[in-house]
Design a binder for this molecule. Structure first.
Ligand code: ATP
Ligand code: MG
Ligand code: FE
Length: 349
């Protein structure tokens, strides 16, 4: 199949056309970094307006460049949550309008499912099941991915997500927004052992995460004035890596073994974290997949791909009728991948 994907849940407006064989036919991403930078973070109202201004011309441009009309598309997939509700509504409503006008099925995609399946777009040989570390701006979870739509959450954060901890650390260090890449760059010049920082929840039997205390420790280190910003950035990053590996170890012990370890979400763009995960996977004789950087941070190819995966899983056939999701499907600010897990802890969805 050929699926049009739309992403608008945070501060990236993105459109992509993806085929079921994993070909990204065309795509475009417009970042709103410049709009939000003066405020030090994403302002929901500004984000929703920017999505509304950009989305329709981007869809027209991507389809035009690919020489593809709505009649050639087999389904229209859009992020329907979780995320900033105004932005999600802009993308979902656009997809509904296109689906209605073209009489093609609408696929309301969970943004986290987009992240969770993106490694299979990048690595065609990656089969189910796999152990997934999902580390993004809003989430920090370990999931057993058993198939399309089959996600079992093994761990989540009890306070901040790891991307959030990177962003807050960047803010404390005066590196501005967005923070993750800036912290990673500064850390290259620092000593990861220079600053003693905590490893929250390390060794605890349940494989959950906690990063609020680490962020507070970074703040104290900066206020203490004894360490260089580069040493603090490098030590923070090392503490984060140690926590990830310790928690993954615990998850493996409780739910493993798994044939593959996969990392997804914006923080997966971090090279130090990727290298540590790769070494961990090798140690446990697991295949390791990390999507290319452009597929880690928010994009529409992963949303279109999640649509392709769903069509395949639900027995879609060319020319045959396929219902998709109802056109009154509502945008969801919260939408856990594993509904059974939502009540495990209050935070982290
Ligand atoms: P979610 O997917 O949970 O809804 P989101 O869509 O905002 O949240 P992503 O776009 O997947 O999150 O990821 C953005 C996050 O990734 C930000 O917190 C950013 O700081 C972090 N990030 C991006 N690049 C890096 C990097 N190189 N190192 C560390 N963190 C990074
Ligand atoms: Mg973003
Ligand atoms: Fe995301």
């Amino acid at each position: 199949p050929l699926v049009l994907g739309i992403e608008s849940s945070c501060d990236e407006t993105a459109v992509a056309l993806v085929r079921g064989d994993g070909t990204i036919v065309a795509q475009a991403i417009a970042s709103q970094e410049a709009e939000h930078a003066p405020y030090g973070g994403v302002v929901p109202e500004i984000a929703a307006r920017a999505h509304a201004e950009r989305l329709a011309p981007m869809i027209a441009r991507v389809m035009g460049e690919a020489g593809i009309g709505l009649e050639d598309v087999d389904a229209i997939a859009a992020t329907a949550g979780p995320g900033l509700i105004g932005g999600v509504m802009v993308g979902l409503v656009s997809a509904k309008a296109l689906a209605m006008a073209s009489d093609k099925p609408l696929l309301a995609v969970n943004h986290l499912e987009g992240h969770a399946l993106s490694p299979r777009l990048a690595d065609a040989g990656l089969a189910f099941p796999y152990l997934l570390l999902l580390v993004s701006g809003g989430h920090c979870q370990i999931l057993a991915v058993e198939g399309v739509g089959q996600y079992r959450r093994l761990a989540t954060t009890i306070d901040d997500a790891l991307g959030e901890a990177f962003d807050k650390t960047a803010k404390i260090l005066g590196l501005g927004y967005p923070g993750g890449p800036a912290v990673e760059r500064l850390a290259l010049q620092g000593d990861p052992k220079a600053v003693p920082l905590p490893r929250p929840l390390k060794g605890s039997p349940e494989p959950h995460f906690s990063f609020a205390g680490l962020k507070s420790a970074v703040l104290r280190a900066v206020e203490g004035g004894a360490h260089s910003p580069a040493d603090i950035a490098a030590s923070f990053q090392q503490a984060a890596v140690d926590c990830l590996i310790d928690r993954l170890d615990q998850a493996l012990e409780r739910a493993g073994p798994f044939p593959a370890l996969v990392v997804a979400g914006g923080v997966a763009a971090n090279q130090t974290i990727r290298a540590a995960l790769e070494a961990f996977a090798a140690k446990h004789a697991m295949r390791f997949t990390a999507p290319p950087l452009a597929l880690c941070t928010d994009n529409a190819a992963m949303i279109a791909w999640a649509g392709c995966e769903r069509l395949a899983a639900e027995g879609w056939q060319p020319g045959a009728a396929f219902a998709g999701d109802p056109l009154d499907f509502l945008a969801r600010p919260r939408w856990p991948l594993d509904p059974a897990a939502e009540t495990v802890r209050g935070a982290g969805v």
